[in-house]
Design a protein around this ligand. Structure first.
Ligand SMILES: [Zn+2]
Length: 212
């Protein structure tokens, strides 16, 4: 049965195609608008196929080069200062991070992200990503805020006098972007330095140690 139906279908298809081509040819000859439309469609199809292939390759290469240059730039400028207007910081930071880091706010004890975090890893600046503290120097101060006895590098923080609320305290800031991190006190004799860097969790982003 299949052998007898197949040639029949082919004949019908052939006749149908021939009829369609003839009809299009007649339209081509009679109608100048149709001729213009067909030419325009051919032109668009050619232009699209000509442009698409090389552009997608170039875009890929361009993206790769940007990715490489960005990571290189980031590594190179990790210690360079970052300066943004309050509006620029506000546009990129969550409201609580903005309030604490850029407006010298304080979060509540015992209900913040990292006060009881005991996982090994690095604590980075929530604004600029600079590494600030290691879990190796974190200790339980009983205050309800993440506490460290030393920064990861002496030059990753700066200390300024803070005279707010009728007190004199040592304010700790990120040396790269001047984010307010917290305060440092000399009331931790149980630690190797005797210091307690009392930080706001919102000023930090914890990066767990990888198992590689
Ligand atoms: Zn920073």
């Amino acid at each position: 049965m299949a052998i007898t139906i197949q040639p029949t279908c082919c004949i019908f298809e052939y006749l149908f195609i021939r009829k369609s081509v003839c009809r299009m040819y007649m339209l081509w000859c009679k109608n100048s608008n149709f001729r213009c439309l067909l030419s325009a469609l051919c032109l668009i199809a050619c232009a699209t196929s000509a442009c698409q292939t090389p552009e997608s390759k170039e875009t890929r290469v361009f993206s790769q080069s940007i990715a490489h240059s960005d990571s290189f730039k980031l590594a190179k400028t990790m210690t360079e200062k970052i300066s943004k207007t309050p509006e620029e910081w506000k546009a990129i930071l969550p409201p609580d991070v903005y309030r604490i880091t850029r407006e010298k706010g304080t979060e509540f004890p015992f209900v913040n992200k990292y006060w009881n975090n005991k996982k090994p890893g690095i604590y980075k600046c929530a604004c600029c990503g600079q590494a600030l503290f290691s879990s190796d120097t974190k200790f339980d101060s009983g205050t309800g805020w993440p506490s460290f006895y030393a920064p990861i590098r002496p030059d990753c923080i700066t200390i300024e006098k803070d005279y707010s609320y009728g007190m004199v305290r040592e304010e700790v800031l990120c040396s790269r972007c001047d984010a307010h991190l917290g305060h440092v006190f000399d009331d931790a004799p149980q630690t190797p330095t005797g210091l307690r860097y009392c930080m706001n969790s919102a000023s930090l982003v914890f990066e767990p140690k990888s198992n590689d």
